[in-house]
Design a protein around this ligand. Sequence first.
Ligand SMILES: Cc1cc2nc3c(=O)[nH]c(=O)nc-3n(C[C@H](O)[C@H](O)[C@H](O)COP(=O)(O)OP(=O)(O)OC[C@H]3O[C@@H](n4cnc5c(N)ncnc54)[C@H](O)[C@@H]3O)c2cc1C
Length: 450
Amino acid sequence: MINKKVAIVGAGLVGSLWAVYMAKRGYQVHVFDRRPDIRKMKIVQGKSINLALSDRGWKGLEGAGIADVIREVAIPMHGRMMHAVDGKLTYQPYGKEGQAIYSVSRGLLNQTLLKCAAEHANVTFAFQHRCKDVDLDTNTLVFHDEVSGQEVRDSFDQVFGTDGAFSAVRSRLTRLDRYDYSQNYLDHGYKELEIPAHADGTHQLDSACLHIWPRGEFMMIALPNVDGSFTCTLFIPFEGEHALANLKTPEAVRAFFEEHFPDAVPMMPELVDDFFANPDASLVMTKCYPWHYKDRVCLMGDAAHAIVPFYGQGMNAGFEDCTYLNALLDEHHDDFASVLPEYTRLRKPAGDAILQLALNNYIEMRDKTADREFLLQKRIEGRFSEKHPQLWKSLYEQVSFSHTPYQEALHNGHRQQKIMDRVMEMEDIETKWDSEEVEQRMLKLLEIHK
Ligand SMILES: Cc1cc2nc3c(=O)[nH]c(=O)nc-3n(C[C@H](O)[C@H](O)[C@H](O)COP(=O)(O)OP(=O)(O)OC[C@H]3O[C@@H](n4cnc5c(N)ncnc54)[C@H](O)[C@@H]3O)c2cc1C
């Protein structure tokens, strides 16, 4: 055991995973959360967001030795299924044979991670403790105990801020001189809905896919749950022609869905009730720098990098923070004075890059996945990558099925898009897309755009 007391502020996805890592390293781990203990709550699937877990997330779980427990509640999704307005379905695999991203219920995942952390005798929990402030001189955390109404103070050797997009720990850092911070909201919000299971508990849609209804300015997606339901999310502007602001009556909601998602409506018997029961939720993006303070305070997960959800990478990036920080602790023998600046140096560019990638992917998902030219481009890339795996990995694969730093993936993606723009300009590309000529052209362009 290490005779050092560490605080993890926020027992969400990243905080509870990091608690397992720190417990295994032998620290005295104290986990705080403002909410009640989620392990005691009943998780109703279809009513809770589910998340796509991909390779970076799995690596974070494997590093803590708990991937197998999570695998039991994860459903593989091998590709996207696009639903056109006329009901036509188009399937696009995410990667190569056998590659998949996994749908996991946020609530179940959080419960499972907390249970894994609680198996370690050196982990204690204090729920309904809302962090109000951090005294950076003494590393003292100030909490409001939501049950007793009292203020609670305690000091720690290390503080990890894993308290999400509106982090109180980060908020304290933003008051430091020369601390960089920005927060922006997307003009689009989201609404959660449900496609329940058939009466026999089976899925109404193919559960091996992430379903997308791309409609230009807005889109709906659906991810499968293990109980046979799908959690749907409608992403749509707050204001404008097609907007949450116009969906204020049951008639308007029904008419909107019947016009734009006619194949989904018969599968959503509670559509109107769900629509008005669930809030209009907003999407925030934050950037900050640095992600640490001296050798004591460190931000991880959304507290460091809140991003939009369109690449399904927020949690994955947070789990990757755990992988990196743990590796740095190994490398520097738990010397936080060396580890924390290095952590910021390595991870800040990754956080910025995945935000950019996620913003770009929103346009791709809601707009381009319905576009013939885009689908053709993906087929050309897929064929080329099969033949030349060393030369070409699609951007999606780099982000979801590799551990290439996000900033490198972003850079490679720009380069590949330049090449594909030239390829798509080739005469009769629709008919000769799988020809030797196109392949040779791509090899040549790769030489030019080195
Ligand atoms: C609609 C949507 C879909 C998404 N889909 C995906 C996806 O498919 N794949 C993916 O990888 N990511 C996805 N994400 C992103 C993912 O949800 C987040 O990146 C992830 O939850 C971040 O984990 P975290 O632990 O950093 O923060 P959180 O999960 O937000 O946890 C923060 C914790 O801190 C606690 N807390 C907050 N303030 C305080 C305080 N002052 N004191 C004490 N405790 C506090 C909270 O109660 C909470 O338990 C999605 C996000 C949204 C909104």
